[in-house]
Design a protein around this ligand. Structure first.
Ligand SMILES: [Zn+2]
Ligand SMILES: [Zn+2]
Ligand SMILES: [Zn+2]
Length: 316
């Protein structure tokens, strides 16, 4: 573990120190890549759950991620399997929506919020469920969090990050994706959703996106409703918004085992990775690097034009 010159010791997930060139990259670490049932689901013997029991690399906790740039650290979503020991000091929390698999670990943030007295907790409109008036005190996090409703399409700033909340299509639940920028590096976190509302899609199509994390809940043909993508819907979104690298997350046990997912996505999208818990992606000046629990280390060239196609460099 490294120790930074700031007031916070670094966390245990290798986010780097200020002297480390990687610390200036816009980075995302996937703490969880599962849907509401996680993988394996208890007493389920589908091929996806069997795979996860055989090999821990294929287990999926509730979808959540840490985004960092320089000294700034954000947590996106906090399902109840959040582990305080894996969190760095936080400068803010972004909540996609008030479903249990995204919010019921809120109390576990206590004690790991950064040096400020309270850190911002941005969320979508809160009239659904308890909202933040009830939820934050009930989750015993009121002394650490400063709840604020994010306004769609209006940029907000936390440390070195600029963040824009983007409405998603998730049944009746108000749900936000987040477009996160730092020094010309851009990341879109887009779950839970089925496709994209037109205005969100147009916003993203007008911008160069380095990495898009996409809802990949179901196998093709499953879950045809308006709450989650199946694989085909996720890949269609990837084609529409054309990020340099797409990464699927929020993957249910009602989706295929890892190798089948990778084969299917790889045949249809130029640069599409299947997210696994622990995957870390860094967007650097000229390239995107990823460390993946199964695929190892990969690199992609960052296109120079505003929306030029990606070129895969290598897989080590
Ligand atoms: Zn979910
Ligand atoms: Zn299963
Ligand atoms: Zn949901």
């Amino acid at each position: 573990m490294t120790q930074s010159g700031s007031q916070h010791p670094r966390g245990s997930i290798g986010l780097g120190s200020p002297s480390d060139p990687a610390a200036t990259a816009l980075a995302v670490t996937l703490l969880g890549t599962g849907a509401a049932e996680r993988v394996p689901f208890p007493a389920c013997f589908c091929p996806t759950c069997l795979e996860a029991r055989r090999d821990v690399r294929f287990r999926r906790r509730y979808a959540k991620a840490i985004v960092s740039a320089g000294e700034t650290r954000l947590l996106i979503d906090c399902g109840q399997d959040l582990r305080p020991a894996e969190l760095p000091p936080l400068d803010g929390v972004l909540l996609t929506h008030f479903h249990f698999d995204h919010v019921l670990g809120l109390h576990r943030i206590r004690g790991v919020a950064g040096g400020a007295a309270r850190i911002p907790f941005f969320h979508p409109p809160a009239e659904a469920l308890w909202g933040t008036r009830g939820l934050v005190p009930v989750m015993n996090a009121a002394d650490r969090l400063l709840p604020r409703e994010a306004q769609p399409f209006r940029p907000l700033h936390i440390g070195e990050l600029q963040i824009t909340a983007l409405p998603l299509q998730h049944g009746a639940a108000p749900c936000f994706g987040y477009f996160i920028e730092s020094r010309d590096r851009r990341l879109a976190y887009l779950t839970d959703t089925r496709g994209l509302p037109m205005r969100t899609r147009d916003f993203l199509m007008e911008r160069r996106i380095d990495v898009a994390l996409l809802d990949g809940t179901f196998a093709p043909g499953l879950g045809r409703g308006d709450r989650h993508n199946d694989l085909d819907a996720a890949l269609e979104t990837s084609t529409q918004i054309a990020p340099t690298l797409s990464v699927l997350t929020h993957i249910s046990h009602r989706n295929w085992p890892y190798a089948a997912l990778q084969t299917y996505a790889g045949a249809r999208a130029g640069a599409c990775a299947i997210g696994l818990d622990g995957m870390r992606i860094e967007i650097e000046r000229d390239q995107i690097s990823a460390v993946h629990p199964v695929e190892g280390r990969s690199h992609w060239v960052r296109p120079r034009g505003p929306r030029a196609p990606a070129e895969r460099l290598s897989i080590a």
